[in-house]
Design a protein around this ligand. Structure first.
Ligand SMILES: [Zn+2]
Length: 133
């Protein structure tokens, strides 16, 4: 196996683990939050019986924060786990060939791009990986 082939294999395996790490990150973060549902109320975000946060810039900030309350953690983790499972079962570790679409990850297979970008975003925000260069 050439150096390039080893690098491709390492990247393929790392991306799969990144998806699993994103699932863990959202569940870990949700486990220590205020009760749900969160609801926007003007510039504040409230959970049942208390305030969660005050958004000082605009009401839209509070609405956005309430959209992503911890109820979203489990289904979002499921998306990451299912993508990792699909990747593990149907992407060749050595070549990156994705049998379902006939493309190659890191090339002409775009099947994992959106979920991978979400995972990277969340892992950077969670401080679990550095900001990509
Ligand atoms: Zn694909």
């Amino acid at each position: 196996m050439s150096g390039i082939e080893r690098a491709i294999r390492a990247r393929i395996l790392r991306d799969r683990e990144l998806l699993r790490e994103a699932a863990a990150a959202v569940l870990d973060a949700a486990a220590v939050t205020s009760s749900t549902p969160w609801r926007p109320d003007g510039n504040s975000v409230n959970s049942p019986g208390t305030y969660v946060a005050i958004a000082y810039q605009c009401f839209g900030d509070a609405e956005w924060m309430a959209l992503t309350d911890p109820t979203l953690a489990e289904p979002l983790a499921a998306v990451f786990r299912e993508a990792a499972d699909e990747h593990e079962q149907h992407v060749d570790d050595d070549t990156g060939d994705h049998e379902r679409c006939g493309g190659t990850v890191l090339s002409d297979c775009s099947c994992f791009v959106a979920v991978y970008l979400m995972a990277v975003h969340l892992l950077v925000k969670a401080g679990r990986i550095p900001t990509p260069e």
